[in-house]
Design a protein around this ligand. Structure first.
Ligand code: SF4
Length: 123
């Protein structure tokens, strides 16, 4: 049986509505609704291996601010995002922190590192 799945492209603000048609074997037969190659690639990947960047904050000890914005250096499997955010919530960095400083290497075995999105001085 042919199956059609719908996605919203997040490649740019246009937000094209994508359709992925799959055959009985689970192979993508056709992608529709995209306005550019980027949207087609996004739909195919979103269908088989959805990934996202993670941006969140971690607690900071002795800093001028209580929390430090951080992000992953690469996209991680979408179904691991909550687990990664939960893990980062349990950490506490020590000020001062440099922008781009490594906070966690290979977070939860995803191959992506977590780095500071900005610098933070000690109080
Ligand atoms: S398909 Fe292309 S034009 Fe449409 S939202 Fe995605 S990136 Fe933007």
């Amino acid at each position: 049986m042919i199956e059609i799945t719908h996605y919203l492209c997040i490649g740019c603000p246009l937000g094209c509505r994508l359709e992925v048609e799959e055959d009985e074997m689970g192979a993508v037969v056709e992608v529709r609704g995209h306005s550019c190659r980027k949207g087609k690639d996004f739909a195919e990947r979103e269908h088989h291996d959805p990934r996202r960047m993670v941006t969140t904050t971690v607690a900071v000890h002795n800093g001028v601010w209580a929390r430090l914005p951080v992000h992953t250096t690469a996209e991680v499997p979408k179904d691991m995002v909550r687990e990664i955010v939960r893990y980062l919530r349990s950490l506490e960095a020590a000020a001062p922190v440099e922008r781009g400083q490594l906070m966690v290497a290979d977070v939860l075995g995803t191959g992506a590192d977590v780095v500071a999105s900005r610098g933070l001085d000690a109080e």
